[in-house]
Design a binder for this molecule. Structure first.
Ligand code: NOJ
Ligand code: CA
Length: 555
């Protein structure tokens, strides 16, 4: 019997609002054929783990044929699988396996650029100037056009132009010089991309993460970011998908301030989701300052979004902890607080994982996850962070946060049966985060492990849809070390209270509108004293937090 591969998204148009997303690189998860590189057959073997963890959507990092000079974001063929990761048939089996378990699958759509090894670029360099083939990319006789566009990878590139001796012209690239930008002023480019989109949606994937989406179109005299012409491309893509493929989701990667990101939702006719980039560093700032102000301020500056749209929230991902969306002073402060070792810095950010950023402090890790899972939006967990994996700043670029998943304390953490020297990356082996101590098997046996705690949190999140759908309202207690907010949707209300400080804190909350309600702490399902008109008094342990379901009690 053949099953429809889009089963997972077919039933629920708003699945992305209910989701708990898990981000993973196929190469890092599990190696089934012992060549030292994770692959789709390996990922299939680990679907049970992901189902048990409770995540409902898998976001896969690029797995396409590629010279892998930007870990696969340099794509050489959009419609195939890198042979190291398996075959298209393996991918289909994986997709079926994920869908059978009720998990959605989101893959990467790198619209902005290709690898210089892509056949479009090889053809473009040889083609006559002015031809459709040449104009798949952005060319110039000089390297002075679009001078107002910043360089993004400041540690490796000095200009957005690189000379191509074959074409006898400069080509434009916002990232590495081996990643030429596609030219969306040439309608043939969008036509080709729509074919790519149809290819994967036909197979049954549930959505795309649109990589580097602010940079699609260039115009002189602008920053070449967020231009109206770029938004027009997104509208065309959305229209194309909506006409053919129901319930598929587009997630914008736009590392911009909230007001600029807002435009990527359009009138609900561009992307369904977009990352909230500026929130993430401010969570870390609030924690270090022990003051809620940075978090509250950025959320107050965050505009409302169309009803069917959703923010994507994260604490860490496969890139550096980006500090592009903070002031220079804030950046200095973040570096002082979180990357005293200069080797931990790259471009404008910090290449560390969650646990090391938080000094491996379990309470801080739990606190930040409790914010991630209770703020308005859909949470994304980066693979390995559910067991508190560490990083390796000596590996270069962002590879230190992309090391093999740690399954057991056996050889190669049982990520692979290959000769250890053959692994695509060394494992984490230091005494604190090394796989001998930090691994899935050990944490599955230990009832009080981080992994068990994360499973519980994920389960709770799914019990309370108000966390995915509800509004956000901050309370303003005098004690600024405490962050308190209400999530409300219809008759459902959750009160979240978090202590950002290392010491015990008291707090008085104005909950008068809820007089007569009982707060039920959801971790233990414990009734707290009934709310009255007068301020509601609570104490919180170091980095403590509560989620209360507010239940009306009829007297
Ligand atoms: C954003 C991706 O997250 C990053 O890993 C990549 O290097 C750039 N886009 C360029 O594709
Ligand atoms: Ca392999």
């Amino acid at each position: 019997m053949t099953r429809p591969r889009h089963k997972a998204s077919a039933s629920d148009a708003l699945w992305y609002k209910r989701a708990v997303i898990y981000e993973l690189p196929v190469k890092s998860f599990y190696d089934a054929n012992a060549d030292g590189i994770g692959d789709f057959p390996g990922l299939i073997e680990k679907l049970d783990y992901l189902e048990e963890l409770g995540v409902t959507c898998l976001w896969l990092l690029p797995f396409f044929p590629s010279p892998l000079r930007d870990d696969g974001y340099d794509i050489a063929d959009y419609c195939d699988i890198h042979p190291a990761y398996g075959t298209l048939d393996d991918f289909k089996r994986f997709l079926d396996g994920a869908h059978e378990r009720g998990m959605h699958v989101v893959i990467e759509l790198v619209l902005n650029h290709t690898s210089d090894q892509h056949s479009w670029f090889r053809r473009a360099r040889e083609a006559p100037a002015g031809s459709i083939e040449r104009d798949f990319y952005v060319w110039s006789d000089t390297d002075v056009k679009y001078a107002d566009a910043r360089v993004i990878f400041v540690d490796s590139e000095r200009s957005n132009w690189t000379w191509d001796p074959v074409a006898g012209a400069y080509y434009w690239h916002r990232f590495f010089h081996h990643q030429p930008d596609l030219n969306y002023d040439n309608p043939a480019v969008l036509r080709e991309m729509l074919k790519v989109i149809d290819f994967w949606l036909e197979l049954g994937v549930d959505g795309f993460r649109l990589d580097a989406v602010p940079y699609l179109v260039e115009r002189e005299g602008t920053s070449c970011e967020n231009l109206p012409e770029t938004h027009a491309v997104l509208e065309s893509i959305r229209r194309h998908i909506d006409e053919r493929w129901p319930h598929r989701m587009l997630l914008a990667e736009a590392n911009q301030f909230p007001a600029d990101v807002r435009a990527y939702f359009g009138d609900g006719d561009q992307c369904h989701m977009a990352y909230h980039f500026p929130l993430m560093p401010r969570i870390f700032m609030s924690l270090h300052l022990e003051d809620r102000h940075p978090i509250v301020e950025i959320m107050q500056q965050t505009p409302a979004i169309p009803e069917l749209c959703q923010w994507a929230l994260f604490l860490r991902n496969h890139d550096e902890l980006t500090l592009e969306m903070v002031t220079d002073e804030e950046r200095d402060y973040m570096h002082l607080a979180y990357s005293a070792d200069p080797r931990a810095r790259i471009n404008l950010g910090i290449r560390r994982r969650l646990a090391p950023l938080l000094d491996n402090n379990r309470r801080r890790i739990e606190l930040l996850n409790s914010l991630l899972f209770s703020f308005p939006g859909t949470p994304i967990v980066y693979y390995g962070d559910e067991i508190g994996m560490g990083d390796n700043v000596y590996l270069g670029d962002r590879n230190g946060v992309r090391t093999p998943m740690q399954w057991t304390s056996d050889r190669n953490a049982r990520f692979s049966r290959a000769d250890p020297a053959r692994l695509y990356s060394p494992l984490i082996m230091d005494p604190i985060y090394g796989y001998q101590g930090v691994n899935v098997e050990a944490q599955e046996r230990d009832g009080s492990s981080l992994l068990q705690w994360m499973k519980n949190l994920i389960g709770l999140r799914k019990l309370f849809p108000v966390l995915g759908f509800g509004t956000l309202r901050f309370l303003e207690p005098a004690n600024r070390k405490v962050l308190a907010y209400l999530r409300e949707h219809g008759n459902d209300a959750i009160l979240c209270v978090a202590n950002l400080s290392r010491n015990v804190q008291p707090v008085e909350l104005d909950l008068a509108p809820f007089a007569g309600f009982v707060p039920i702490e959801v971790l233990g399902y414990t009734d707290f004293p009934i709310i009255e008109e007068r301020p509601y008094f609570l104490t919180l342990g170091p980095y403590g937090f509560y989620w209360f379901e507010l239940q009306r009690r009829d007297v």
